[in-house]
Design a protein around this ligand. Sequence first.
Ligand code: HEM
Ligand SMILES: *[C@@H]1O[C@H](CO)[C@@H](O)[C@H](O)[C@H]1NC(C)=O
Ligand SMILES: *[C@@H]1O[C@H](CO)[C@@H](O)[C@H](O)[C@H]1NC(C)=O
Length: 380
Amino acid sequence: MLFQTLLSLVTLAVSVNAANYKRVTCPDGNVASNEACCVFFSLRDDLQANLFGGVCGEEAHESLRLAFHDAIGFSKSMGPSAGGGADGSPITFPDVEPNFPANLGIADSVDFLTPFLGAHNVSSGDLIQLAAAVGITNCPGAPRLEFLGGRPPPIAPSIIGLVPEPQDNITSILARMEDGGSFSPAEVVALLSSHSIARSDHVDPTIQAVPFDSTPFVYDTQFFLETLLKGTGFPGTGPNTGEALSPLPLSSGENVGELRLQSDGLFARDSRTACTWQSFINNEKLMASQFQAVMAKLAVIGQNPSKLIDCSEVVPEPLPAVNKPATYPAGKSKADIQQSCFSEPFPTLSTDPGKATLIPHCPPSQGGDADDCDSDEGSL
Ligand code: HEM
Ligand SMILES: *[C@@H]1O[C@H](CO)[C@@H](O)[C@H](O)[C@H]1NC(C)=O
Ligand SMILES: *[C@@H]1O[C@H](CO)[C@@H](O)[C@H](O)[C@H]1NC(C)=O
């Protein structure tokens, strides 16, 4: 009796083990959790080698923005005819969504990702979400995103008007994010940590690659701090539509100061979002884990997740966080902060030493302030 119980316990343990650790060996030798994941290993390697080059540069940034602009093309209130969400529609129908004003610049990422479809048997929706997940692993501190594969081809492009714009007010952006992805205000703030690795080419058409924080090649919390600094000027010819006063407006040639989107400035100060905003300052772990969770929601908008297959094993381990505490840029201090969350104390931070500096135009691995790392010039 005792022996039989033991035996059945052992049998149970083996089968549980088998269910959890079932593995298939792919034709290329990679080991996957499901054979449907095999196709994504070579796509990942191709993207890293031939698009991102291991750098948190323009292509990584633009792929993440595309993942959002594709996914938010969905509406609970209007139904499926408004758009299919994270379905790859900007790539499959390149003459529609990329031409919408809110998608200025999206054509770049559509153009550089499209060739990968010819070489890999994946859908355009899977390509976009995988490119975003793989691209940000080159940004120190980014979380390792979930990746589910198996999105069917998109049926149609989404309608105009579903992508939020920086000149929109917070009420309307929050309403759109709720209708598009059931995102709460706190989740929208977590998604906006993406603007920590982001630069604008189109808000001010006279200057390119103008970052939203002083560290656009690192996924860190500086964005949440710097958006609360009092604005003093514009890095180019502002104010342009959707642009607010920046605290670091100095520019010199290709090395520009930072640009503040009107919407980011308002999110930082709005009573519905200010405390979540402040909570991320100097709390990299919290920011990264919330972003990871909300990106898992974003990546399956309009999809039936139960029909997708978890292929997260193809996503590389991101570069580790720099682990530098958040700091006031040189010349700034607590006195410049427009604190907007009143229920929590503001974190105590030090100031970078020296005089105010410009923000390098290129990632350090691409020569710092060299001028050869624009979006149209490739990643390597
Ligand atoms: C919710 C309101 C949002 C607004 C109003 C907004 C607006 C913008 C604007 C105007 C730009 C600059 C485009 C250009 O001039 O080239 C930008 C860049 C970017 N956005 Fe957003 N965004 C929002 C949310 C998001 C979300 C949810 C994500 C991703 C999860 C995201 C990721 C990015 C990235 C990565 C860039 C930089 C692209 C690059 O460096 O080329 N944004 N956003
Ligand atoms: C491409 O993938 C689909 C499943 O996603 C499969 O049915 C089809 O046979 C594949 N085609 C090739 C050429 O491998
Ligand atoms: C926000 O924008 C919407 C759409 O443009 C507009 O109808 C609404 O009145 C605005 N709300 C506020 C508070 O400005």
